[in-house]
Design a protein around this ligand. Sequence first.
Ligand SMILES: [Fe+2]
Ligand SMILES: [Fe+2]
Length: 214
Amino acid sequence: MAQKTLFQAVKEDHEEMYEYHDQYQRAFAKGDVEACARWAHQLRWEIARHAVGEEIVVYPLMEKHLGDKGKELADHDRSEHSQVKQELYKLEGMQPGTEEYTSLLNRMMTSLHHHNDDEEIDDLPLLEPAIGEAASMEAAQDFKRTKKFVPTRAHPAAPNQPPMETLVGFLAAPVDKLLDVFKSFPREDEMKAAKEELKHRDHDAAAGRQATVQ
Ligand SMILES: [Fe+2]
Ligand SMILES: [Fe+2]
């Protein structure tokens, strides 16, 4: 699979959000409350992980490489994210499949669509030439990597779970704290190498509990 640029990686996520939202709408039209809950959950997680990925990887690059304009754009984007996070909190306490939930979700998606369009039309077309293709692909990998350490679904909060295991906990965690967690995971290329090695690994327990690589 060809490597993606940052623009492609971000855009792909945006499309995913629209797809999940469409699925929700269809379920809502059919009155399928359970399917509404599943798609709402998927959509909320997708948005949360995407937003945090941008805050960790994309906006700092804009600030670093686009001077004052980059700072201005990143600040604007962060304030829009914070609006979306507020709405995600509200949705977390509401019942998917109801009129009330659906209208808040639709309103949130309308503003998010504008926000996403701004990223696709203004931010990334400015950033990509400033950093060059290789750096863009590397950033795309970093961006995708942020999604791997984020749980895909919220668990009921248990005392021994880290706060990031729930959507609210995750969104409330400061970005620098998330950044530490993020840095402690293997990079995508490291994981790929490990997976490749795993194919040739054979743990022969009888031969003395030594895992061997052939
Ligand atoms: Fe964004
Ligand atoms: Fe985005």
